[in-house]
Design a protein around this ligand. Structure first.
Ligand code: NDP
Length: 251
């Protein structure tokens, strides 16, 4: 069984960090919606393995190697998608990490190294991946860019003692990285405001994935729903927004 198949005129999506967690489920749900979906993973073998599993479920999924922190890998992946499909309808910037030591209670104790590692994956990689794929997104009739952010990036929520995340300040680099992604979302949406391309940031919810040691309030299929919803957004949908399911979140 090959992991490279023809999109036959269907919409084409690419999901970064598609090997597990919310990303893998986003791939599954997009493919179930009939979108030809590229499951991108930094480890080619694991991406192929995951794609073969979804192909076994009868879904139009193919694997692609993409380490979002590696400029050469991003460039190669963009060339690969151009060669395979000539366009990209949906880009879901889902890959993300928490690099900080969660046992440290004070924000000021986190190392600069952890800040850099966090921003490399959660911010700079989102910008670099989007820049590389923008020419292909512009070749699609009405592309969608979904940036997987977090409510932890909301400065409004962090400043509100009544917010459930008010006391959640042990991982400042992660939280700030999602604030930066939100800002990037607003800037790119503004740049593309006179085009059919829509760019939105999403909060998946507090999801039971490896990132949280399996803890969370919602299961992984529910956690993928907001990304999928914004990936399949109609022409009258928002751009430059920050959403969770049907709700708009405060910046
Ligand atoms: P997981 O830790 O379960 O999965 C993270 C994914 O990102 C993995 O596929 C991982 O790949 C991939 N990844 C990490 N670094 C890179 C890289 N350099 N290149 C390519 N892929 C990479 O996390 P979740 O599924 O929970 O999180 C997905 C997104 O949702 C993240 O952006 C996260 O910040 C966000 N989010 C999650 C929440 C939650 O409650 N879980 C809440 C709010 C936001 P590999 O398998 O190779 O390690």
């Amino acid at each position: 069984m090959s992991t490279t198949t023809s999109s036959n005129g269907a919409k084409v999506a690419l999901v970064t960090g598609g090997t597990r967690g919310i990303g893998l489920e986003t791939v599954r749900q997009l493919a179930q919606a009939g979108v030809h979906t590229l499951l991108a993973g930094r480890d080619r073998n694991r991406a192929v393995e995951a794609a073969l599993t979804l192909q076994g479920e009868g879904l139009p999924v193919e694997a692609i190697a993409l380490d979002v922190t590696d400029a050469a890998s991003i460039e190669a992946a963009a060339k690969d998608v151009e060669r395979r499909h000539g366009k990209l309808d949906i880009l879901v910037n889902n890959a993300g990490i928490i690099a900080e030591d969660r046992t440290l209670a004070k924000p000021s104790q986190q190392s600069l190294g952890a800040w850099r590692e966090t921003f490399d994956t959660n911010v700079f990689a989102v910008v670099a991946t989007t820049q590389a794929f923008l020419p292909l997104l512009q070749k699609a009739p009405a592309a969608r860019v979904v940036n997987v952010s977090s409510l932890l990036g909301s400065l409004t929520a962090h400043s509100d003692p009544a917010s459930p995340i008010y006391d959640f300040k042990a991982i400042p680099a992660y939280n700030a990285s999602k604030s930066a992604v939100n800002s990037w979302t607003v800037h790119l949406a503004y740049e593309l405001r006179d085009t059919p391309i829509k760019v939105n940031a999403v909060h998946p919810g507090y999801v039971k994935t490896d990132m949280n040691g399996g803890e969370g309030e919602i299961d992984v299929p529910t956690g993928a729903k907001t990304s999928v919803r914004m990936a399949l957004l109609d022409a009258d949908g928002p751009s430059g927004g920050f959403v969770y399911l049907g709700d708009t979140l405060p910046w």
